[in-house]
Design a protein around this ligand. Structure first.
Ligand code: ADP
Length: 648
């Protein structure tokens, strides 16, 4: 029989398939099953108006028949089938618009390796094609020969199409008893790198069907062997029944068919969705928010998304990230689509199903991108809405969510120079006392008339932040504070810049504006008066202090360590132990503040005048104490204890 040649562009695609460029070869099964499902759709649709077809909805099915002896995998459907002309037409060319996008990326004769090196975009697009589907040709990723035996509805004769790959195909009439199509894939021999034989294993096929084709609406059936227990005729010695086991083969439906998200809210309750989520994600905890969308418009889609209550750590894979799975009419296109929502909502899990996302590359890829963006934007609004609702209605639950995923939101605020900060700011909460967290809006709403700014204190723990001496002055005035406890918090406030027109002020480093002009002047004069003593303290203090000054902000504390400039002590510590080598030696500019109203200062002055040696010791002790209360480590504990003991 004379071989016919594939059209040029089909040949190129075929070459790629045969040379197995796609890492996820397993998608071939999804592609062949989708075609079968489409073929059934067509015949089923016709049978609605044409009784002579003699088929009921329940008669339609897809069979998977692995045959290890012949090393073939057959996908059989009783759909519409193909005539000989159609088989030639459909299996000999790839869809026009798809080939257009494809041709643009691949230049003649270029291998994929070259392409990856010389043209990153080309390589990326290739992987996208892999995700979006490649149709019938994908069979050649795992087969070295494909035979299609089909009989079109209304035709007396069938067609046999056969191809061993790029060198062409044959077509010939053949017998086929019933209407429908068999796609028979002759699975490639195993190689050192790849065990193609696994595609003939029932467990593997089942897993692939569950992964990619679980929601195909026609039953996918396969012979599955399992152990069955039966009562033996013989009894046990004590007369009790004896059981034996044998392997039985049963023809089972291996897909669950109806995607839960395709059903309306009246059919499926939120609780049903939650139960589904828990089973799918092996999460024992309820999600803390659920978003269900049925959108029709520029892009139609259904979505069912979950905000997990806790980080669901998968102990086996360490994979605890969320992820949205993309479906097109129940057929999985992409397991984790990171194009839908931004990273700050990366914890969201669930599914999006849109018939507008074509499985095949019959549309330009860019168009998918645009559709995904539209869907993504809408979903982000809905997710935010649900989180706000949770925050309003069940604050403890929101706080639990925030404990796990607040960091993603905060990182989102800082990302891309604050591009998303206004979208996210209302979702942030901060500690405002030992046991209370509030939003920035709430903080501003609580502000008394006299308060001009938002005050915050930052430390490595809530306990330390609460204990910062500079906070006392603010609290004494009846103002609330935000206590920042995570290294990224300060960057978050810097990125937000303001809230409802109010600035953020760091109680440790910023001028809080509490002092009147007269007070400021008096303080300057006082510093000049005490200059000699302050210089003496600096000389005797621990190393690394750039300035010593007097301060009115210390309330009942004798001293405090503050900083000047952009680097705070928290940032210094973060960088010292943080992941980046580059900033390890970054140091804050330390300022030692002394409280002139405190008895310690009076004792220091007294010693300075009468006993310089003692004054030197006191200066050193005060500087160490200030460091400790700001979270510095006590570097030489023995020396410090001796120093204190010498004073008695
Ligand atoms: P696409 O599905 O995007 O059209 P494919 O390469 O997967 O691209 O399939 C090409 C065409 O071959 C299909 O559109 C369909 O007309 C035909 N076809 C493939 N498989 C079957 C089948 N099982 N039954 C009937 N027609 C089929």
């Amino acid at each position: 029989m004379a071989k016919k040649q594939f059209k040029a562009e089909s040949k190129r695609l075929l070459d790629l398939m045969i040379n197995s460029i796609y890492t996820n070869k397993e998608i071939f099964l999804r592609e062949i099953i989708s075609n079968a499902s489409d073929a059934i759709d067509k015949l089923c649709y016709m049978s609605l108006t044409d009784d002579s077809i003699g088929m009921n909805r329940s008669d339609f099915r897809i069979d998977i028949i692995p045959d290890k002896t012949a090393r073939t995998l057959t996908i059989r459907d009783n759909g519409i089938g193909m005539t000989m002309a159609e088989a030639e037409q459909n299996l000999g060319v790839i869809a026009k618009s798809g080939s257009f996008a494809f041709r643009n990326e691949m230049t003649a004769g270029q291998t994929v390796e070259e392409n990856e090196d010389s043209d990153r975009n080309g390589a990326e697009d290739l992987s996208i094609i892999g995700q979006f589907g490649v149709g019938f040709y994908s069979a050649f990723m795992v087969s070295d020969e494909v035979t299609v035996i089909s009989r079109k509805y209304g035709e007396a004769e069938g067609v046999r199409w056969n191809s061993k790959g790029a060198d062409g195909y044959t077509v010939a009439p053949c017998e086929r008893e019933t209407v429908g199509t068999d796609v028979i894939m002759h699975i490639k021999p195993d190689t050192d790198e790849e065990i193609f034989g696994t595609y003939l294993e029932v467990w593997k096929i089942k897993a692939l069907v569950r992964k990619y084709s679980d929601y195909v609406r026609w039953p996918i059936r396969m012979d599955v062997e399992h152990q069955e227990r039966f009562e033996s005729e013989e009894k046990n010695d004590d007369g009790s029944p004896r059981y034996e086991y044998k392997m039985v083969t049963e023809n089972e439906t291996i897909n669950s068919m109806v995607p839960i998200w395709q059903r309306s809210k009246s059919e499926v309750t939120d609780d049903d969705c939650i139960a589904w989520y828990k089973e799918k994600n092996r999460d024992r905890k309820d999600p803390c928010a659920l978003v269900r969308v049925n959108a029709e418009g520029a892009v139609s889609y259904r979505a069912m998304l979950f905000v997990p209550g806790e980080q669901n750590e998968n102990v086996f894979t360490g994979d605890n990230k969320g992820g949205i799975t993309l479906y097109s009419n129940g057929v999985m296109i992409m397991e984790k689509c990171d194009k839908l929502v931004h990273e700050y909502f990366g914890f969201v899990k669930g599914v999006v199903d849109s018939p507008d996302l074509s499985l095949n590359i019959s549309r330009e890829l860019l168009q998918h991108d645009r559709q995904l963006r539209i869907i993504g934007q809408n979903l982000e609004k809905r997710i935010k809405g649900e989180l706000e609702k949770l925050m309003r209605d069940d604050r403890p639950k929101y706080e639990a969510f925030y404990k796990n995923f607040g960091i993603d939101l905060k990182a989102g605020v800082c990302d891309e120079y604050g591009r998303y900060k206004d979208f996210l700011r209302d979702l942030l909460i901060f500690w405002t006392s030992e046991d209370k967290q509030i939003t920035l809006k709430e903080y501003v709403a609580n502000m008394p008339e006299s308060q001009k700014a938002i005050y915050y204190a930052s430390s490595d723990s809530l306990k330390h932040a609460l204990a910062l001496p500079q906070c006392e002055e603010v609290r004494r005035r009846g103002y609330e504070l935000l206590y920042l406890t995570h290294p990224v918090d300060e960057a978050v406030l810097q990125s937000l810049m303001e809230q409802d027109g109010k600035r953020f002020l760091n109680v440790v480093t910023d001028d809080l504006g509490f002092e009147t002009e007269e007070e400021k002047k008096a303080a300057e004069e006082r510093d000049i008066e005490n200059r000699e003593l302050l210089d003496f303290v600096k000389e005797n203090a621990v190393e690394g202090i750039s300035r010593v000054k007097l301060s009115n902000r210390l309330a009942s504390r004798p001293c405090a360590m503050t900083t000047e400039g952009n680097i705070t002590l928290e940032m210094e510590r973060y960088f010292r132990y943080g992941p980046s080598e580059q900033y390890r030696d970054l140091r804050a500019t330390r300022v030692l503040e002394l409280n002139p109203e405190h008895p310690a200062f009076a004792a220091l002055r007294e010693a300075y005048e009468n006993d310089r040696e003692k004054a030197g010791k006191l200066a050193k002790i005060l500087s160490v104490l200030a460091g400790i209360s700001a979270g510095d480590e006590l570097e030489n504990a023995a020396e410090f204890t001796d120093l204190v003991a010498e004073l008695f």
